[in-house]
Ligand binder design. Structure first.
Ligand code: DX5
Ligand code: ZN
Length: 226
C-alpha cells in the first residue's frame, strides 16, 4: 500500500487546561501536529475553546496546528483560524453546504484545508471533492467528547478513502480521530490512515512524549506490514 510516513497529532482536549502551555511543551519535540478541538455547544453538545485562546496558544509553540472545528457555520469562522496561522483547518462536511468554496478560502488564507466526516456520515458523496482538500479527517467515534471507545467498523471509510486517494494519486492526508491508542493505531494504519490524533492515549500517559513516539512507531510498523 502506498501511504506517506505516519504522523501523530496529540489532542489537547485531554490535557490539563490550567497548564495548557506546559502540556503543549511536553510534546513539542516529538509531535508532528498539535490537534486543537474547537467545539461550540451547537454542532456538538460540548464546548471548548475559540479563536482568542487558539491565537494565544499559537504564540506559545512552534508546533503546526491542526484545528478541528466542530462548529456550526464554519464559513463564518474557519478562515480566521487560517489567518491566525493554523497549519491545517478542518471543518465538518455535515456543517457546510459548499465545502469546496470554503476549502478554497482556507487555502488562499495560507492554510491547508481539511474535511471531517462524522460517525454517521457516509464517505462516498465526498470522494469527488477530495482534490480540493489537503486532509480528510475520518472520525472513529462520534465527534464531541474525548475518551470514547474506538469504533473499528468506521475503518471501512478509511479503506474506501485510501483506495480513492491512491487511484487518483491525490496528495491528501487521511487522518483518524477518536479512541486512537496503542491497541487501535495499528488497525487504523493498516486500513490506510496516515495521520493519527490521540488525546487520552497521550495526555493520560505518565510520559506524554514517550506515548507519541510509541504510537508513531506502531503506525510505522503497521504500514510496513500492510
Ligand atoms: C473528539 C475530538 C478528539 C478527541 C479525541 O470529538 O475530536 O480529537 O480529543 O480524544 P481521544 O483520543 O481521547 O479519543
Ligand atoms: Zn478532534
Amino acid at each position: 500500500m502506498n501511504v506517506p510516513a505516519p504522523i501523530v497529532a496529540p489532542s489537547i482536549l485531554a490535557a490539563d487546561f490550567a497548564r495548557l502551555a506546559d502540556e503543549v511543551h511536553a510534546v513539542e519535540s516529538v509531535a508532528d501536529w498539535l490537534h486543537v478541538d474547537v467545539m461550540d455547544n451547537h454542532f456538538v453538545p460540548n464546548l471548548t475553546i475559540g479563536l482568542p485562546v487558539v491565537q494565544s496558544l499559537l504564540a506559545a509553540t512552534s508546533l503546526p496546528f491542526d484545528v478541528h472545528l466542530m462548529i456550526e457555520n464554519p464559513r463564518r469562522w474557519a478562515p480566521s483560524y487560517a489567518d491566525a496561522g493554523a497549519y491545517n483547518v478542518t471543518f465538518h462536511a455535515e456543517a457546510c453546504d459548499d465545502p469546496v468554496a470554503l476549502a478554497k478560502d482556507l487555502r488562499s488564507a495560507g492554510a491547508k484545508a481539511g474535511l471531517a466526516i462524522d460517525r454517521d456520515t457516509p464517505i462516498e458523496p465526498y470522494l469527488d471533492l477530495l482534490p480540493s482538500f489537503d486532509t480528510l479527517l475520518i472520525m472513529t467515534i462520534k465527534a464531541g467528547f474525548g475518551g470514547q471507545r474506538f469504533i473499528p467498523e468506521l475503518l471501512d471509510k478509511v479503506r474506501t478513502a485510501r483506495r480513492h486517494v491512491n487511484a487518483g494519486h491525490l496528495e491528501l492526508r487521511i487522518e483518524v480521530d477518536g479512541g486512537i491508542a496503542a491497541e487501535t493505531i495499528e488497525q487504523a494504519a493498516e486500513a490506510g490512515a496516515d495521520a493519527f490524533v490521540a488525546g487520552t492515549a497521550v495526555y493520560g500517559a505518565a510520559d506524554p512524549a514517550a506515548a507519541v513516539t510509541r504510537l508513531r512507531r506502531l503506525a510505522e510498523r503497521a504500514v510496513a506490514r500492510a
